[in-house]
Ligand binder design. Structure first.
Ligand SMILES: [Zn+2]
Length: 511
């Protein structure tokens, strides 16, 4: 169609398309948030040049560029509008903005081919007449190359970020919780972190720390406006190797894949296995950070990690002490006021029928508690004297960890092959599935094997040192880590009534 005809006719309504992507950030200044503004300007300039009317700008935030899975909402709407003749063409900065994948382009070609009306498909780099074989050929070639380039660029960006990480450079982007900027500690936040670490080492659950932070309006720079901090970010912040100067590098695709990335798994190490140390002020020493992560991991392994504390005040051995007659967990109750037992002991443990027990056993509380505490502390003191060997990993565990690492690189490789179209989608899906099954299996193995060496001697000596400052909940958590149950047996006739404590009636079942 000629310019003369167009001038006489009504101007065509077209859609402008802009897309934010991460990949190619190094490239042409059309990426990221600001890049989109430039893309929009390009569209309007182009519209003037082509003498068409921009009906609407369609814009997608697609930071995963060449990945097929990501849905582009505005792109889909644009296709619909194009098919229903609401718009008669598309303008964009570049064809690779519009069609990331050859398959996107084919959908457009179908519409252009079938339409019996004037259509336009223009970019600042040139126009493509999708109604002709020649135009389609050019467009296809271009998109294929762009698709390949995106994959390359993604790898290039990943490599560059890894290189920066290996260099110990601070993270770019938003500051981390605990720091004013990339390098300097924020004392107020650092204090919050130190306190949380102390509390957790003393048995506090992350869930409790989370509740306290939320109540105190503690926020990270990543906390969305108007929301309180999430459990996940409390966990993330506390596990962040950055706290002690270690550098983690989490590839973009890993961040996208799941909401709960554990930064501990992404420590950047030198070839000799020592961690890269970054160039910023630290909040913990590496030992302090390791200790914290160890304690958190040990809870994860026992499956007792995220439990919201109950409101019922528990005695030290409620549920841990068991009836030697029927095996039920013992409950506690107060002696009747004014009785000598009340004056002397206050509370007692009992096997309760209401809890499904036999109801035939009871024992004064404090002497049992004291006894178990002393035994446990003796046990921990012994542990504290055992040095490094307890912390050394066994070969089976090391092998499993090494395999796990290999799985990760296998997955990355599969993804790369997929990106460069060397694996079909079904082959890729099958391979990823296989690797993920294997990964799950290995993770379980690592988690099981890691249970033994977690009680580092330093942790044991700290517990002994600070035991008197522990709350009942903290003590219970500690007891449950080493002791499965305390079995309380019935005294012989009249035995218990004499008020003499008889340790032989208590049997401690260690884990
Ligand atoms: Zn019983």
């Amino acid at each position: 169609m000629t310019a003369a005809r167009l001038a006489g006719a009504e101007m065509l309504d077209v859609g402008g398309y802009a897309r934010i992507s991460d990949v190619g950030q190094i490239g042409d200044g059309r990426d990221g948030r600001e890049g989109v503004i430039r893309q929009r300007e390009d569209v309007y300039d182009l519209a003037k040049l082509k003498r068409v009317n921009v009906h609407r700008i369609y814009e997608d935030n697609d930071t995963s560029a060449y990945k097929r899975k990501v849905k582009r909402k505005d792109f889909e709407e644009m296709i619909t509008d194009l098919a229903s003749a609401t718009i008669s063409g598309i303008l964009a900065y570049n064809i690779d903005r519009i069609a990331r994948q050859p398959r996107d382009l084919e959908r457009l070609i179908d519409i252009y081919e079938q339409a019996r009306r004037p259509m336009i498909f223009a970019t600042t780099a040139g126009d493509y007449d999708l109604t002709t074989a020649d135009g389609r050929f050019q467009a296809r070639i271009y998109v294929t190359i762009a698709n390949k380039f995106s994959a390359d660029a993604a790898r290039r960006v990943a490599r560059q970020k890894l290189a920066e990480a290996t260099d110990g450079k601070p993270h770019k982007g938003q500051r981390a919780f605990g720091w004013r900027d990339a390098e300097h500690v924020d004392e107020k936040e650092a204090e919050i972190l130190r306190k949380a670490r102390e509390d957790i080492l003393n048995g506090k659950l992350i869930a409790t720390v989370h509740r306290e932070w939320a109540e105190a309006q503690v926020r990270t720079p990543q906390t969305p406006a108007g929301k309180t901090i999430s459990y996940t970010s409390v966990r993330y912040v506390l596990r962040n190797p950055r706290l002690c100067g270690y550098r983690a590098y989490i590839p973009q695709e890993h961040r996208e894949r799941s909401g709960r990335v554990d930064p501990v798994e992404y420590l950047v190490e030198r070839t000799d296995g020592t961690p890269i140390v970054g160039k910023w002020e630290t909040i913990f020493t590496p030992e302090e950070w390791r200790e914290l992560v160890d304690v958190l991991d040990s809870r994860k392994n026992t499956g007792k990690g995220r439990k919201v504390g109950t409101t019922v005040t528990k005695r030290l051995l409620t549920g841990i002490a068991r009836c030697g007659n029927c095996g039920s967990g013992l409950a506690s109750a107060m002696y009747q006021r004014g009785t000598p037992s009340y004056e002397k002991y206050g509370y007692y443990y009992l096997c309760k029928v209401a809890n499904g027990g036999c109801g035939t056993l009871s024992r004064s509380g404090p002497p049992v508690d004291d006894y178990v505490e002393q035994i446990l502390l003796g046990h921990l003191k012994k542990q504290a004297q055992v040095v490094t060997p307890a912390e050394r990993e066994d070969p089976e565990l090391e092998a499993a960890k090494a395999k796990l690492k290999r799985i990760n690189s296998d997955k990355a490789e599969a993804r790369q092959l997929r990106a460069s179209d060397m694996l079909s989608l079904s082959e890729f899906a099958r391979e990823i599935r296989r690797l993920e099954d294997k990964e799950q299996e290995l993770k379980e193995k690592v988690s099981t094997l890691s249970v033994t060496p977690i009680r580092a001697s330093s942790a044991a000596s700290r517990i002994v040192r600070e035991w008197d400052k522990f709350t009942v909940d903290m003590k219970r958590a500690e007891i449950m880590r080493s002791i499965e149950a305390v079995v309380v047996s019935k005294a012989g006739k009249g035995g218990a009534q004499r008020g003499k404590f008889r340790p032989e009636l208590l049997e401690i079942v260690w884990k």
